[in-house]
Every structure is written in C-alpha cells, then in structure tokens.
Design a protein around this ligand. Structure first.
Ligand code: PLP
Length: 348
C-alpha cells in the first residue's frame, strides 16, 4: 500500500461507519422522512450552534447552495483570491449563482481588513450590490492555515455594520477548532452560515453539512433540490456522518502532530524550503526549487518509492496527513525525501 499524502479525502469509512450504514433507519429524505438524516442535521446544527442544517452531497454543493441562498443574480461576493469557492468550484459562482466575484489577496488566508472595507460597495445605480463575504477556515491553499478568532471577529463586526452576511467555507472547520483548542461554536458564532465536510479528515465516505438560520436552510433545501441534491434514502450516507461527528473529531489532533513533525524534519533537508512554524493543522506545503527539479519530477520520484502527493505549483508540493497515515509513514516519507534530495545534489 502506498503512503497516500495527496489529501485527507482518501480516508475510507471506519468499521463503525460501515455498521452504522448497514443498520441505518431510512426513509425518503425529499419528504423529510429519513430519520437518520433528520438526526444528523439536528446534531450538526447543535455542534455549530446554528438553528438548522442541511446534508449536501459535497462541500462544493454546500458552498454553491449557500451562495445561491444568500444572493441574487448580479450581486457581488467578496472572497479570498485563493479560496476554494473562487478557484476550485468550476466557476459555479458565475454560472450557477450568476454573481460576480470580488477577490482580495490574503495573507495566510486572511484578506486584509482595510481591503475588505474598501471592497464593500456603496448603494449606486452603476454597481453590483455587495451581498456576501466568504471566509475559508482552515484555508487550504495557504497550507491549512487557521483564521485567528480575533480576525474573524473583525470581519464579523464589519459585516454587521454593512449588513452583509458572512459564509464560512469550513471544509476543515474541525481542524481549525482542534488546532485552536476551542469548541467549533467559537468559530461559527462569528459567521452567519457554514459549510463543513464529513468526507475529509472525518473519514465519512461522502457528504457535507450546510448550517445556518432556519429560513436560510429552508431556501437552501430548495436550491439543493434544483442542483440535483435531493436524495431519497440518504440516511445510508448520513449514518456515517453521525459517526464522523461523534467519534472522529478528537483524533484530528494526531494528524496535526504528524504534519508538524513531518514539516520539522523536512526543514532539516538541504534544498527543501518549508515554514514549519506555519504548519498549524494537517496540510504542509514546501518548495523543492532548491533541489533543481520541478514538482512533476519530484512527485514521480516519490511515486517510485510508493509515496503519493499532489503538486501545489511548479515547485511546490503538498502533503496532507490523515487517519491512514501513521508515525512510521512519517518517518518513511522523510527518509524518501532525504534520498531524493541526496540524489539531486549529486546531479547539481
Ligand atoms: C474540499 C474543499 C471543498 C469542497 O469539498 P468537496 O466535497 O470536495 O466538494 C470546499 N472548500 C475547501 C476549503 C475544501 O478543502
């Protein structure tokens, strides 16, 4: 079995999840009659301190349904330049919701506060309406960075002043909560709506949750139907989500410890440029430019040693730790990178 550091999405359901799936009480969820989904949605809403929640097929669907429910065609949405909603959801913003993106370059996923303020539009006949601010926590493209609570508070305050809702793409919300050592509610109380994934580090086979006020979730339920997300005996999938929320959050700490250790040890290798201090959760990014090879070649060499990874740029590699990665795997990965680096040196 290769050591798969591509993503935490490769995690497979636990035995307990498989049992829960087999035993799940189900009904037609489009009629609101799936007891497992009703339980999951109630549990999820409680965990993030919102009135209601909706089980959606994926994080992407959750985010797009959120944008649709918050905005009107022709509105504008403020979001970070490297956010998932802007960059990795196949332009759903413009094609599905019909809104315009106003991107702001962030630092570690944080859009500078003055830039957010400057981007909010006045009521003007020429201009689109600023209808939504999106945040991402943890922020994937910056290497799983956590948005500090005081930063989120500032954004929230501005959003109240201008009466603009805030949506959190919290695909890895629980990594942020575990990383900060706080209850997830401490994060989600600073946003109006939140999407989080059950299918990443939490190991459920599929599905995400969108949570928010009751009237928002009612709207979202209708948009989800339009997008083809109205599922029938959805409890088959939702049962694993309940196990994910009840049992799989605490262990994320282990992934963070592994990522930190991996980063610290990679930092000692000549030619690898990594900010080990900046590794806060389960994602690490590093440059291999100093080895005189590009990402494609580096990943090929990793693959030869049974290690899988994704590129995050021409000279940037991403490793993600998760339930399938052991302490021994971390040691092996470091050894392999060491060997690749030594080989590159003799070539230089
Ligand atoms: C994975 C991810 C999503 C999308 O989730 P899918 O289930 O893959 O559609 C959205 N936002 C962020 C930050 C993600 O990491």
């Amino acid at each position: 079995m290769p050591i798969d550091l591509r993503s935490d999405t490769v995690t497979t359901p636990t035995e307990k999840m498989r049992d829960a799936i087999r035993d799940a009480a189900v009904g037609d969820d489009v009629y609101g009659e799936d007891p497992t989904i009703n339980h999951l949605e109630q549990l999820a809403a409680e965990i993030v301190g919102k009135e209601a929640a909706l089980f959606v097929t994926s994080g992407t669907q959750g985010n797009q349904v959120a944008v649709l429910s918050h905005t009107q065609r022709g509105d504008e949405v403020i979001l970070e330049e490297y956010s998932h909603i802007f960059g990795y959801e196949t332009a759903g913003l413009s094609t599905i919701a019909g809104v315009q993106a106003r991107t702001i370059k962030g630092v570690n996923g944080q859009m500078p506060i003055p830039d957010i303020v400057a981007a909010i539009r006045e009521d003007d006949i020429h201009c689109p309406k600023t209808a939504l601010i999106c945040l991402e926590n943890t922020h994937g493209d910056s290497g799983g960075r956590i948005l500090p609570l005081n930063y989120m508070e500032e954004v929230y305050e501005i959003s109240r002043q201008h009466q603009i809702p805030v949506h959190l793409d919290g695909a890895r919300l629980f990594n942020a909560a575990v990383g900060l050592g706080v209850d997830p509610k401490e994060i989600t109380k600073l946003v109006d709506t939140v999407q989080f994934c059950l299918s990443k580090g939490l190991s459920a086979p599929m599905g995400s949750i969108l949570a928010g006020p009751k009237n928002f979730i009612e709207k979202a339920r209708k948009w989800r139907k339009m997008l083809g997300g109205g599922m029938r005996q959805a409890g088959i999938a939702g049962a694993a989500g309940i196990v994910a929320l009840e049992e799989m959050v605490g262990r994320l700490e282990e992934d963070h410890v592994h990522a930190k250790k991996l980063a610290q040890r990679l930092a000692l290798i000549e030619g690898i440029d990594i900010d080990a201090e900046g590794v806060e959760t389960n994602i690490i990014m590093f440059s291999i430019e100093g080895l005189g090879m590009d990402s494609e070649e580096f990943i090929e060499k990793l693959n030869e040693h049974q290690i899988l990874a994704n590129s995050a740029g021409p000279y940037r590699i991403r490793f993600v730790t998760h339930r399938g990665i052991t302490k021994e795997d971390i040691g092996t990965a470091v050894e392999v990178v060491n060997r690749i680096a030594a080989g590159a040196k003799t070539r230089l």
